[in-house]
Design a protein around this ligand. Structure first.
Ligand SMILES: Cc1ncc(C[n+]2csc(CCOP(=O)(O)OP(=O)(O)O)c2C)c(N)n1
Ligand code: SF4
Length: 252
């Protein structure tokens, strides 16, 4: 396997993606977003100054696959940690990489205050609608009626509230200069997500303010579906509720 990876590297040119196998489950949406982020860092020449601040969850491994510096924050605290780091070291390029559980449950207050402050960092939320790492429990982003380990009869808004729409909440914040929701449901969506990451990174490079992207991705293991079915569900159900769009682009 190692030889095969080396051959790939020499064929396509060495990138900051390390020659390691992902610990993500087969078909996990994190694999796609991690690669898109690495490609954007490489293409924009940010490698030497990039610092990834990861949360707790499967996305907390994303920095294992990139040859850049990283900070492992405590659960939900990545945006606060990233804000402090950026203020202390403005020459660094600072982004967070967090799951929907990490960012929209325990970390929601940190996110909203960081966004409102408008410090030029980039926050990435990878929304697979469940707590993936701990076994597929309900998160704030679980869809209505969705069966999870903690909602065996499906999410009921009367009991559990409604699936949380994070970028919609952040729209009015003046410190937020780039705000988008993307998906990895199919190849065109993945290409669009890659472009969106570069735009969000540009927002920080031009020192314009806070940038946020939510990515709608499948977690085949937590959703208890095959890889194929989990992508079909992502395309039909998740994207139907979490509508991909650029909410705000004020990057000049
Ligand atoms: C303070 C604290 N509470 C709970 C946990 C257990 N825990 C680990 S990962 C996780 C949630 C991960 O879900 P998400 O952020 O959606 O990421 P995913 O694994 O789906 O990528 C939780 C609750 C913890 N590590 N620390
Ligand atoms: S549990 Fe889900 S989020 Fe975690 S690596 Fe597996 S597929 Fe990805």
């Amino acid at each position: 396997m190692e030889n095969a990876m080396e051959n790939l590297s020499s064929k396509y040119g060495k990138t900051l993606m390390l020659d390691k196998l992902f610990s993500y489950c087969p078909g996990c949406g994190h694999g796609i977003v991690t690669r898109l982020v690495a490609e954007a860092i490489e293409a924009m020449g940010l490698r030497e100054k990039a610092v990834s601040v990861v949360g707790i969850g499967c996305g907390g491994f994303s920095h294992h696959y990139m040859d850049i510096d990283a900070i492992e924050a405590t659960h939900g605290r990545s945006t606060s940690t990233a804000t402090g780091f950026k203020l202390a070291s403005p020459e660094n390029f600072v982004f967070t990489y967090q799951g929907d559980g990490d960012m929209s449950a325990i970390g929601l207050a940190d996110l909203l205050h960081a966004a409102n402050k408008g410090v030029p960092i980039t926050a990435l939320m990878i929304n697979n609608t469940v707590f993936g790492m701990t076994g597929g429990q309900m998160s704030p982003a679980t869809l209505e009626g969705q069966v999870t380990a903690t909602t065996p009869n499906g999410r009921d808004p009367k009991l559990h509230g409604y699936p949380i729409l994070v970028p919609e909440m952040m729209r009015a914040m003046q410190g937020v200069k780039y705000l988008a929701r993307e998906s990895v449901a199919d190849a065109p969506a993945i290409r669009k997500a890659g472009k969106s990451i570069r735009r969000a990174f540009e927002c920080q490079e031009k020192n314009q303010g806070f940038a946020f992207i939510e990515f709608i991705v499948p977690c085949p293991t937590g959703l208890k579906k095959s890889v194929k079915d989990s992508y079909a569900w992502c395309k039909d159900q998740m994207v139907d509720y979490f509508k991909p769009q650029v909410f705000k682009d004020e990057v000049e």
